[in-house]
Design a protein around this ligand. Structure first.
Ligand code: GDP
Length: 179
């Protein structure tokens, strides 16, 4: 199906880009994916497997995989890595306890051969919650400034109101058109 979409996109002059949405459970990945598509908040039961959706913009198409898993990040991700151009890492900004796990998994991913050229968009989600960590603190904890071999961008957001989501998508569009 991916190949068919790529072909259709090339006919219409549109470019398809593979995106994986990753993060620990309950960070807001699925909410973000469906907020890209609709103004409704979609309430879902936990999904087994993955959600996949196309986000079609005037000149770009993002083919997004939301990888849903019950436990912490695991090897299953390898299946999705090939052809991935963008990683969207979703962080629950209220969850200080799991940020260390996220940091470890982020650097494991960035070291993966198949993701060598991938750009990384980090959504610091749940910014609506009082006392959530701010972007400066998250950037510092994740030592983002040390990442030199991948393009990256951190964006605060609230998936419930969509605040910050268009700006993140815009950054991906600008990266996609620059490549
Ligand atoms: P996933 O497991 O990472 O896919 O997380 P979900 O998208 O299922 O979201 C987990 C929970 O966080 C749900 O109850 C969402 O309604 C809630 N949630 C997601 N984004 C936000 C946000 O920006 N702010 C708040 N307050 N809650 C959010």
């Amino acid at each position: 199906m991916g190949q068919l979409i790529a072909k259709l996109m090339s006919i219409f002059g549109n470019q398809e880009h593979m995106v994986i949405i990753v993060g620990l459970d309950n960070e807001g990945k699925t909410t973000i994916l469906y907020r890209f598509l609709t103004n409704e908040v979609v309430h879902m039961c936990p999904t087994i497997g993955s959600n996949v959706e196309e986000i079609i913009l005037p000149k770009t198409c993002f083919f997004m995989w939301d990888i849903v898993r019950p436990e912490a990040l695991s090897f299953i991700w390898n299946t999705y890595y090939s052809n991935t151009e963008f990683i969207i890492l979703v962080i629950d900004s209220t969850d200080r306890d799991r940020l260390l796990t996220t940091r470890e998994e982020l650097y494991k991913m960035l070291a993966h051969e198949a993701l060598r050229d991938a750009s990384v968009l980090i959504f610091a989600n749940k910014q609506d919650v009082k006392d959530s960590m701010r972007m400066v603190g998250i950037s510092h904890f994740l030592t983002l400034s040390t990442i030199k071999d991948h393009s990256w961008h951190i964006q605060g957001c609230c998936a419930l109101t969509r605040e910050g989501l268009p700006a993140g998508l815009q950054w991906m569009e600008s990266q996609a058109s620059a490549n």
